[in-house]
Each structure stands twice: as structure tokens, then as C-alpha cells.
Design a protein around this ligand. Sequence first.
Ligand SMILES: Cc1cc2nc3c(=O)[nH]c(=O)nc-3n(C[C@H](O)[C@H](O)[C@H](O)COP(=O)(O)OP(=O)(O)OC[C@H]3O[C@@H](n4cnc5c(N)ncnc54)[C@H](O)[C@@H]3O)c2cc1C
Length: 407
Amino acid sequence: MSASNTYDLIVAGGGAAGFFSAIRTAEKHPNWKILILEKSAKLLSKVLISGGGRCNVTHHCFDVEELCLRYPRGGDYLKPHFWAFGPEQTQDWFESKNVPLKTESDGRMFPTSDSSGSIANCLLKSAERANIKVQTREGLERIEQGNGTYTITTDKETYACRNLVLAFGGLPKLIQYDLLGNLNLDIVDPVPSLFTFNIEMHPLRDLSGVSVPDAEVQVVGLKRKDRGPLLITHWGLSGPAVLRSSAWLARELHDKDYRFQVAVNWTGQDKNAVIQSLKHFAEQHPKKQIVSHSPLEHISTRLWQSLAGTVIKESYRNWAESGKKTYAALADKLCSDVYQADGKTTFKEEFVTAGGISLDNLDENFQLKEWPGIYVAGELADIDGITGGFNFQAAWTAGDAIARVIR
Ligand SMILES: Cc1cc2nc3c(=O)[nH]c(=O)nc-3n(C[C@H](O)[C@H](O)[C@H](O)COP(=O)(O)OP(=O)(O)OC[C@H]3O[C@@H](n4cnc5c(N)ncnc54)[C@H](O)[C@@H]3O)c2cc1C
């Protein structure tokens, strides 16, 4: 092997995890020869489209225990590494490179420029300054073990390296894993995460765009309940509560072929509390027509009219003509409103893969137990977070962790 094709570290994948692993390693080992191989023509393509073009870099969740709960898969594994490099360190790192971050009211953190280009440029410049070689249109095809080194074959060249980071992302297709064949790894079947629920011909379609700030959704027959804002779309139900549910139940819903019933509590409150609110409103406004005005602060009049209209058939009826039975029927509709979901739609802002290289293959530092010197970073591992900047955080954290132990 020629010296020019021999590296201390080769990174397969020019995405967030690949770049950050390479840059953090170069920061610790400035004399190392490092190469990033990117199969496509474009570097950091997901960073650039992420967060609607703004890149939700991380989340203002600086409490590690709390942070781990945002990962349906891999939270425990990431925990010790979050102590070393969590959202706070991510913010510091980008700020040290003159890319300040800001926090939005829901905790999501973005570059103050509101442009994902700031993040991508920062990573590209940092790699350039560290003399990291970047090769596009060159995909990893084969890995073979030599004498203390690995031989890497791409569609163009053969390289040798002491260390290899696999960071070629998550794809809901097993084809990506073919090149890992000779490593004999356990792969957790990859399935999509972070999607919205399609409700065919759903009765709320006319309310597309209407949202509630604190709903609860539960897939009928499963224990899990997820809370948060809920949005009615042209196709069905979306918003953080639904995305959270899709992430935690990614595998169960895949097994159900995305056909299931979902119960919505539009109020996020207990049924008895809702009955009390309705009773109170009825006493205050006995002459108001039941269907025409929403009695609950966070339920818009349009949503109320649609929901209450399925319970109260006489639109002229007023609250004076209501009683226990009416309150109970309305509270039933508000707190356990069941819809039939049939399919999913990928959330336009973010989607990730649940599954990938099983964490059982890894030691505690992202290194393959059976293949010393080979590390796995980013979405390729069976690690994924809910929406809100947690997936990029997992990529930054893995990159830093690898750089701390790589020799
Ligand atoms: C539309 C969208 C928006 C998103 N927005 C956000 C957000 O705002 N915040 C957030 O936290 N997360 C977001 N995510 C998720 C986030 O983008 C991913 O979790 C993250 O990019 C994973 O980084 P990665 O480096 O592991 O993989 P990737 O970013 O997928 O990078 C992997 C790279 O490897 C390359 N590659 C593939 N095969 C090979 C090979 N054989 N050899 C060499 N290279 C190869 C690919 O071409 C790719 O460039 C979003 C995802 C999508 C799809």
C-alpha cells in the first residue's frame, strides 16, 4: 500500500456524525492523517435541509437524566457520553467557532443566523483547517482486516488505516448493510421513526391547520401515552405528541403495518376535570348555544364546533338544557376521541431510522467489540431520538466520544 493511501483514520460518511468524529479526532491528534469518504456528490446534505433549512442543532436540555429520556433507543448507552459532551458542550463548541446558537421557547436550539448553512460551513471549514482530506463521490465498499490495519476498498481506490469510523447514516433499507457482511454484525431491522398518522377521509379534514397546545395520544391497545401539541393536517394528525408516539412505537406500528386506532384526548386533562369545566361554563353561560362557543380555553371554536357537533345534534340547544349526561358525553368525545389510522406520512421537517447496528456489537465507546479500531457513529447505530435536535446531538456526542478514546 502506498504511503499516500495510508491513514490514521478513515471516516466513511460525510454527514454530521462523520464530520464531527473526524474534526474532534483532529483536535486531539493534530498530526494524524484523516480522510472522509462520502459516497454522494454532496457533503452534509441532511444538515443543510434539516430543521426546515435552519438546522435544529441540539436541544436546551442540559440535565443528562432528562436528556436520555428523549431517546427511544440508545438513551442509556449515550448517558456517560452526554456528561462529557451534551447540548451545553455542543453550544460551547459551535460558539467557539463563531457560530452562536439561540434557544426557542420549546427548547430547540438553532444557529442565530437561522441558516443551516452556518452549521455546514462551520464543519467544512473546521475540517479544512485541520487538514482533513475529504473525498466525495467515493463510497466505502469493503473492509478487510490486515496486520494491525484495515484495508478499505471503495469504488475507486484501496486504502489502509489503523482506525475506521462507520458513519454512513440510517436507511430503512438493508442494502446499506451488505458492505458490513464480512464484519458479521447483529443488525436491528431498520424501520422509520418520526412520522405522522394518516387518518383516511378523516372527519377533521376541514380543520387542517388547527392545533391544540397540550393533547394526549394513545394507540388503542398499547399502554404508552404521549403528550404535547397536536396538529390537524390535511392527511391526519401531526405535531409533537404524534411524532413522539411514532418514535417510541416505531417498531410496534411497523408491525401493525401502520393500521391502528388512535385515541386522542384533545384537552390533555382528566375526564372529571373536563366535566367540571363544562359544568362551570354552563352555570356561567346558560343562554349560550352549546355548539357555537368553545367552553375550554385551549380548544378553538372551530374544533369545538366539529367535536361537539357530533354529540349535540340540535344546534340551537343551549347550556341551560344540558345536564350530567350531556357533560359526560361531551367529555367522552373530548378525552377519548378514537380515529382509525391507515398509513403514515413522513414528517417534512425530520425523519430518522430506528434500528441499525445493534448496540450489543459495541463496547462502551462506540467501538466494535470484535473489530478493534472500527467505530460506529450517528444514525447507523441503533440509536435515535425524538424530534427537537436530539438526533444531531447523538451524532455530536458519538463523534466526541470516539475522539476521546481513539489511539
Ligand atoms: C429532512 C430531515 C430533517 C432533519 N432535521 C433534523 C434537525 O433539525 N435536527 C436533528 O437533530 N435531526 C434532524 N434530522 C435527523 C438528522 O439529519 C440525522 O439524524 C443525522 O443527519 C444523522 O447523521 P449521520 O451522519 O449519522 O447520517 P447522515 O447525515 O445520513 O450522513 C451519512 C452520509 O454517509 C453517506 N454514505 C452512505 N453510504 C456511504 C458509503 N458506503 N460510503 C461513504 N459514504 C456513504 C451518505 O451519502 C451521507 O452523506 C433530520 C433528518 C431529515 C431527513
